[in-house]
Design a binder for this molecule. Structure first.
Ligand code: ADP
Ligand code: MG
Length: 698
């Protein structure tokens, strides 16, 4: 395997330096191994030949046998094209080219038997195939062996003669040239136990399947490999971390926790909150460093769990900090926590990018001396100048906005590595969590605080505004407040801000009797804060915003969320926004306003929103619709999820199996030292060997 992984693709006959460069930059193919694992994205059955008289509009790619009867050059300029009239005795069709016309005329001859492959489309009374694949009938054996692979290619690749078809040829040459068997990655005992195809057979069949059955088995084997080694890596990392990092032992539950719990808790914890606090307490007392992911739906009460955990740190003479992705959110946490702790003697401070210099100069020494017990803030927390006397617990809210590297900086701020609790903004699908955060322990709050009325979600087209306005008026007259959110999409910020500003002017005109305020990312933070406070204090009835309010704002009296151009938001974003309402005792509403013309995907997204309130369900649907590549947009640095064949939306069972198996192996042989696991260790080393060591504490 090492051989294949180290062998540059430029050595493959037919590649050369120029195309090697294109393969590397466009498809990340640098070695023989990279090409072998550049899997086809689909296969087309070429075992069957059609007759021209059988062609109809419903056929996808088809294969024909026949002869070119004549060529014809037609059209001018960009419309100039070459037509070959092609006949098989049952009828005739046109083969059409817009490019490389001269080469084609030169290369293909009239009256010679060819095999044509392509997708027929009807053009008037005759069918055409645009840029067909053509083979000499004598080549039949090589190309028409049943399922033909199709590879992703970019425009740039096609320009360098790296079409799907050429990639197919390259893989064919490579497999022929390997000489001997592709080395196995799984030890014999696992192959036997799992009844999987050998790697060699799987790789050959994934490109050139002997049959559909073999293709299935090959795909299973390769998916399993991919997921299994990720899990093995993550679990080993987690076990090693626990063995190596001692973690401060929080042995006591002391006055801070107990006093707060008995005297200051404004409500009963939900059972889910209680369970999670218990899990965290057990971790903190275990003598190992905690690395835990806390998942919970919007509004499930993660903040309170965070606070209780921080009090445990304080009880054990440590400091705690909480890092949030935006100033608004950090400020909100700060105020929430001050409110919770009102009447208790605890020093809490807020540090963000806009903390004034004088204030900062007072804060930094107080953090360094340990006087400040709880520090809340943004990225500002990881700046050089911040250091703690003894940071026992670091909480990271809305995790996906921070990179691994940024988080790792937090760990260098104190003499001992702190325990880490990571909280997600909205649930992420189980399979994705297992793969992205598989080295963390996971806690789930799967219950909302009692007494919440499920939010009613309604979809309206934007040509029905009058009805919407009268509904809003009625709600505000009943004492409620309303959010109106506009999308802010990268690349169209200018028109998006314009939409918001126009909307703002419009709302002021329509609701002269109410106060309308506005926040967006371009405002100065002081200004933003003032506008925000108007809404929080209830002085303004309508808050209009871009997605800046997406994260974390908590105004229980706000009961209506209007989302403008809802078709432009992703599912999890819509759900996150919806979570801003439904926090009080009143019936809440989320109104999705969209254009009348919707494509199927968008319609489906809006339907899912109106039919489910459950963030876990929505996350699964989102994964199914978009695939993990899009969803993941999360971990900006550190290890991205680069899955070549497994699909987290549909391969959940394989993943679970792979994880259980990896777990069994790691429990028995944490360092993979036994002889029978030698192969596994080597493979992990080849795949992950040169990672930086901050991984240890991610
Ligand atoms: P999220 O999980 O989205 O961060 P929050 O922590 O902001 O949720 O909590 C949402 C709201 O629910 C807050 O107003 C909070 O005070 C309230 N809350 C949290 N826990 C409970 C509980 N056990 N009972 C009643 N209300 C609760
Ligand atoms: Mg929150």
């Amino acid at each position: 395997m090492l051989e294949l992984e180290n062998r540059s693709i430029s050595y493959l006959p037919g590649v050369g330096l120029k195309r090697a460069e294109v393969l590397a930059s466009e498809a990340n193919i640098r070695s023989f191994w990279d090409l072998l694992t550049y899997y086809p994205y689909k296969y087309i059955d070429r075992s069957r030949f059609y007759k021209i008289c059988e062609i109809n509009d419903a056929l996808p790619y088809i294969q024909l046998k026949g002869k070119i009867t004549s060529f014809e050059l037609v059209g001018e300029g960009r419309a100039r094209r070459l037509i070959a009239h092609f006949s098989d005795g049952t009828g005739s069709i046109n083969l059409v080219w817009f490019k490389a016309l001269h080469l084609i005329v030169h290369y293909y001859k009239v009256d010679i038997p060819y095999i044509i492959f392509g997708k027929p489309t009807r053009f008037g009374s005759i069918y055409e195939i645009l840029h067909p694949d053509i083979d000499h009938e004598s080549n039949e054996e090589q190309v028409s062996g049943g399922l033909v692979p199709f590879y992703n290619t970019s425009e740039k690749m096609k320009k360098s003669q790296l079409s799907s078809r050429s990639l197919q040829d390259l893989v064919f040459i490579l497999l022929k040239n390997i000489g001997g068997v592709i080395p196995e990655s799984l030890p014999e005992y696992l192959l036997q136990q799992l009844h999987l195809l050998p790697l060699d057979e799987a790789l050959r069949n994934i490109h050139f399947p002997e049959s559909t059955e073999k293709l299935k088995q090959a795909s299973l084997r390769l998916k399993f490999d991919e997921l299994f080694f990720i899990q093995l890596h993550l679990l080993q990392k987690s076990v090693n971390r626990k063995r190596r990092l001692k973690g401060i032992v929080f042995s006591t539950v002391g006055d801070y926790f107990n006093t707060f719990y008995r005297e200051h808790l404004p409500f009963q914890l939900t059972n889910a909150q209680k369970r999670v606090v218990k899990e965290i307490r057990a971790d903190l007392g275990s003598g190992h460093q905690m690395n835990r992911l806390l998942q919970g739906d919007v509004g499930s009460g993660k903040t309170l769990v965070a606070l209780l955990s921080m009090l445990l740190a304080l009880d054990n003479h440590c400091q705690a900090c909480m890092m949030a992705p935006t100033e608004i959110l950090a400020g909100q946490h700060y105020h929430t926590i001050l409110r919770f702790l009102n009447g208790m003697d605890i020093r809490v401070a807020l540090l963000t990018g806009s903390t004034k210099k004088r204030e900062r100069e007072k804060l930094l020494p107080a953090i360094a001396s340990g006087e400040i017990q709880i520090l809340i803030g943004t990225h500002a927390l990881i700046e050089e100048t911040v250091s703690f006397a003894s940071l026992g617990l670091a909480i990271i809210d809305e995790q996906h906005r921070f990179g691994v590297e940024q988080r790792a900086k937090l760990w260098t701020k104190s003499p001992v590595i702190p325990h880490v609790l990571v909280m997600t903004a909205t649930p992420i699908p189980r399979t994705l969590a297992m793969t992205l955060y598989g080295d963390l322990d996971i806690s789930v709050i799967d219950e909302l605080p009692p007494g919440r009325k499920p939010i009613k979600t309604i979809h309206r087209f934007d040509n029905h505004k009058a009805e919407l306005f009268s509904f809003l008026r009625q709600q505000i007259q009943a004492g409620r407040q309303v959010y109106v959110v506009y999308p802010l999409i990268e690349g169209s910020e200018k028109s998006d801000y314009k939409n918001l500003e126009e909307g703002f002017e419009n709302f002021k005109k329509i609701f002269p009797e109410f106060t309308v305020c506005m926040v967006h990312g371009r405002m100065k933070s002081v200004e933003k804060e003032t506008e925000m406070q108007k809404f929080v204090k209830g002085e303004a009835q309508i808050l209009m915003a871009t997605t800046v309010i997406e994260v974390g704002v908590d105004v229980p009296n706000a009961s209506v969320m209007v989302i403008e151009s809802a078709e432009r938001f992703g599912l999890s974003q819509l759900h996150q926004l919806r979570g801003r309402v439904g926090r009080g005792a009143e019936q809440s509403y989320c109104i999705l306003v969209s254009d009348y013309n919707l494509n199927d995907d968008t319609r489906k997204r809006l339907d899912i929103m109106t039919s489910s309130n459950n963030g876990f369900v929505i996350a699964e649907e989102d994964l199914k619709m978009r695939g993990h590549g899009e969803l993941e947009g999360t971990r900006q640095s550190g290890e991205g999820l680069d899955l070549k064949i497994a699909d987290l939306a549909s391969d959940g069972q394989i993943l679970q199996y792979a994880r259980d198996l990896a777990n069994n192996i790691i429990i028995r042989d944490p360092l993979l030292e036994s002889d029978q696991n030698r192969l596994l260790k080597e493979k992990l080393k080849a795949q992950y060997g040169n990672r930086i060591n901050w991984e240890l504490v991610s």
